[in-house]
Design a protein around this ligand. Structure first.
Ligand code: AMP
Length: 416
């Protein structure tokens, strides 16, 4: 099925042609007609499915069909992070090139004045993070009474990040009669509760099974001791000659440490996390996109809005505490139908997190050992029960200096 069958305007079709988009993705196929028809939509779709175009294209179309050229904020897109706000804004700019639509982006952590100037120059579509939007609204710098469509992007992440009060405050400032488009990668009770309060007879769209991991992504799990993880990553990237690898850690400190370790091993790397300035984060991302650095190391929050096309490799340096983050992380690879590989490094202490991921995804994963990076089982036993006497087998292995790299054989999959 092509874009022309979805009822899109000829000008939009020609932009899509220029961009080389030949076929709509599944979410675009289902959502575009519903949004064009003015329905509320509740969509389960993660980043990488083409969801931004699924709402941006029909909303740009409505702009084209509007008789008045008067500028007013008709579309408000709320995103949890500034990176995602930038990415969605860029998408609107990209999809509406030459079509007379003004899209403005506003997020915290950056000077407000250029954002105010951009708003004053005329705004049709405002993409914003909740905090900065409220700041602008409370200072009476924006009028939200003209909003016709509200888009909540990555609603689950918005709730995770504690934005519920901000969202409620924003909703009070919007017209009650409006179209609302609700996108979330995962659904839990809290997400459903929010959707119920803001959607009006929504069309439900689910392109992948709820809470399912991205299709076409091969998932590999290596059991490895914490202190050997950086070495294993350097080995994987170097020996397999991987280019453009996105690596997730749980903490900002781990981002900085891993960047240093990789650099020591001759792998060029950049780090992005919340304590870095916006300029530094943008620079890191740009270098990564341009291929000037091979590895981008990021925390979950910082990585949230990164738009990197056709990313082939994602590595989880540590498993996330929140199993839903795993789905978001690996959603960065295999984007828009490309194949991808997601490698997770799992230490003994993280096995319970793997179980959480299995419960959420309904999949069973097999832990493997990588030759030369086998976990030290004896240390694990001691850690798990320090007072227990080591087994005869372990003592024998110690005496022989085998350090636990025993059965199963390296590299062979091992059932837990
Ligand atoms: P998103 O899920 O919105 O973050 O989009 C993921 C990536 O897919 C973006 O880089 C888009 O530019 C790209 N994309 C979106 N729709 C299509 C399409 N129909 N054909 C090819 N690429 C697309």
């Amino acid at each position: 099925m092509s874009f022309s069958t979805l009822g899109l305007h000829a000008d939009l079709l020609s932009v899509l042609d220029t961009l080389g988009y030949q076929m709509p993705t599944p979410i675009q196929l289902t959502a575009i007609p519903e949004v064009l028809a003015g329905h509320d939509v509740m969509a389960g779709a993660q980043t990488g499915t083409g969801k931004t175009a699924a709402f941006a294209l029909p909303l740009i179309q409505r702009h084209l069909m509007r008789e008045t050229s008067e500028k007013a904020i008709r579309v408000l897109v709320l995103t949890p992070t500034r990176e995602l706000a930038q990415q969605v804004h860029q998408s609107f700019v990209k999809y509406s090139q030459g079509l007379g639509l003004n899209a403005v982006v506003a997020y915290g952590g950056a000077s407000i004045n250029p954002q105010i100037d951009a708003l004053n120059a005329g705004c049709d579509v405002l993409v914003a993070t909740p905090g900065r939007l409220l700041e602008l609204a409370m200072k009476q710098l924006i009028d939200l009474s003209t909003v016709e469509t509200l888009v909540l992007d990555e609603a689950d992440r918005m709730l995770d990040m504690g934005f519920i009060i901000d969202i409620e405050r924003i909703l009070k400032r919007l017209p009650e009669t409006r179209q609302t488009l609700f996108f979330s990668a995962t659904f839990n009770d809290e997400v459903f509760a929010l959707s119920k309060t803001i959607l009006n007879q929504p069309k439900l769209i689910e392109v992948a099974e709820r809470n399912a991991t991205a299709a076409k992504v091969e998932q590999r799990f290596y059991e490895v001791d914490n202190k050997r993880k950086a070495g294993l990553i350097a080995y994987l990237i170097g020996s397999k000659n991987w280019q453009q690898v996105l690596i997730f850690t749980r903490t900002k400190q781990a981002v900085d440490d891993l960047v240093k370790e990789l650099e020591k091993d001759g792998i060029s790397a950049a780090g992005v996390h919340g304590d870095k300035s916006q300029g530094a984060r943008d620079r890191g991302l740009e270098e990564f996109k341009m291929g000037q650095v091979r590895a981008l190391v990021a925390t979950d929050v910082a990585a949230r809005g990164l738009d990197i096309q056709q990313l082939q490799y994602v590595i989880n340096f540590e498993l996330p505490y929140n199993a839903e983050d795993y789905i978001h992380r690996i959603g960065r690879t295999g984007r828009a139908g490309q194949e991808g590989l997601a490698v997770s490094l799992v230490s003994a202490k993280e096995k319970y997190l793997l179980e959480d991921i299995e419960k959420l995804t309904g999949e069973h994963f097999v832990l493997q050992w990588m030759e030369g990076f086998e976990p030290n089982m004896m240390a694990q036993e001691e850690q798990a029960s320090p007072k227990r006497k080591p087994s005869k087998k372990a003592l024998r292995a110690k005496a022989l200096g085998q350090g636990g790299a025993s059965k199963p054989k390296s590299g062979k999959p091992r059932r837990r």
